[in-house]
Design a protein around this ligand. Structure first.
Ligand code: GLV
Ligand code: GLV
Length: 355
């Protein structure tokens, strides 16, 4: 291969490797046993000559790495993630390195995890499972693990982009929930969907679902029964959910976070969970991954999973493929690499699964 492309991690599937090796690239996959590579580890990987890198959301892609990549003749970097808060896009621009991310292929998978956590929290599935395994079940009782009925309740979505909208649609169509959402942009397609579904229900003699675009985030927090967070992480969304905002939520609300940990003030959340035993939370992401803030792991009203929202086989192979195409596209001058500032994914929800 004429071009040297590095992947900082082994990634699912083989299609992404074939794509690169079929097109003049030599692929080097980092074999380090460390889960998270440091800037120094990656600088050593880049070495003297490197044309492109596929990296991970756990890595700090800033000034130091983009200057090292540019010095090695590198032109392209792709995050194997849709979120790119770990990437300093200005630094990349400064060194002439194109940046890609992997939108589209993870939309439905991530929304499905948010829906899974919503159901698990509302029906207390994790607590009930622990109870069974502990041998505590000694017979059916009318009050055993009573949870919430979602039907007719309100799902609140903060950030109604690709993932937030897909999640909203699942909760509305699957469980006949009403919608309230907050976003800087109007979610036109989502609004049309809820309207049409409401009409369908009405025509069948059922209570129609309703929707509302909130004028403020506080409105969603006050009215939502299940509230899911889907913003990007940047300065404006850091600690978006803090002590004050938790305090205006319903005492029995459910909060789901499959976006980025720092969107929630996790210390304030632990306090809130302690003071409000009927409040429940489903978390896929944490402020200081891989750690949890003290006390969180002891809370029965919290469900915690290790950042697995995009972890379906189809999606992870799709992310690897898209990341490889991003890097390849830039190296070879193809028009289909996906840049977070001008995202036009090559793969999308309608693409066939990777072979
Ligand atoms: C995962 O967290 C992603 O941003 O793709
Ligand atoms: C519960 O198991 C019921 O039959 O109502």
């Amino acid at each position: 291969g004429k071009y040297r492309v590095i992947s900082t991690k082994a990634m699912p599937g083989t299609r992404w490797i074939r794509l690169l090796t079929d097109q003049d690239c030599r692929v080097e996959i980092c074999t380090s046993k460390k889960t998270i590579l440091s800037v120094e580890d990656i600088q050593a990987l880049i070495g003297e000559k490197c044309d492109g890198v596929i990296g991970q959301l756990t890595e700090d892609w800033g000034e130091a790495l983009f200057s090292a990549l540019a010095r090695a003749g590198g032109k392209a970097f792709s995050n194997m993630a849709v979120g790119y808060n770990n990437v300093d896009v200005n630094a990349a621009n400064k060194y002439g390195v194109a940046v890609g991310n992997t939108p589209g292929v993870l939309t439905e998978t991530t929304a499905e995890l948010a829906a899974s956590l919503s159901l698990a929290a509302s029906r207390r599935i994790v607590e009930a499972d622990e109870f069974m395994r502990a041998g505590l079940y000694d017979g059916w009782l009318p009050h055993l693990f009573v949870g919430n009925l979602l039907k007719g309740q309100t799902v609140g979505v903060i950030g109604a982009g690709r993932i937030g909208s897909a999640y909203a649609r699942m909760m509305i169509e699957g469980f006949k929930m009403n919608l309230i959402y907050y976003d800087l942009y109007q979610a036109t397609r989502l609004e049309k969907f809820v309207t049409a579904y409401g009409e369908f229900l009405k025509a069948n003699g059922e209570q129609p679902v309703t929707w509302k675009r909130a004028g403020s985030m506080e409105e969603v927090l006050r009215e939502g029964d299940v509230i899911s967070l889907h913003p990007i992480l940047d300065k404006t969304t850091y600690h978006l959910i803090n002590k004050d905002r938790l305090s205006i939520m319903k005492k029995e609300a459910i909060l789901i976070n499959c976006s980025r940990g720092p969107v929630v003030d996790e210390v304030a959340l632990v306090e809130h969970l302690k003071e409000n035993p009927m409040f429940r939370v489903g978390l896929d992401v944490f402020e200081d991954e891989p750690y949890m803030k003290p006390g969180l792991a002891d809370m029965k009203n919290a469900i915690v999973v290790p950042h697995i929202a995009s972890a379906s086989k189809w999606t992870r192979e799709g992310m690897a493929t898209l990341a490889a195409l991003n890097v390849l596209g830039k190296i070879k001058g193809y028009p289909f690499w996906s840049n977070p500032n001008n995202v036009e994914p090559f793969l999308n929800e309608n693409s066939p699964p990777p072979a």
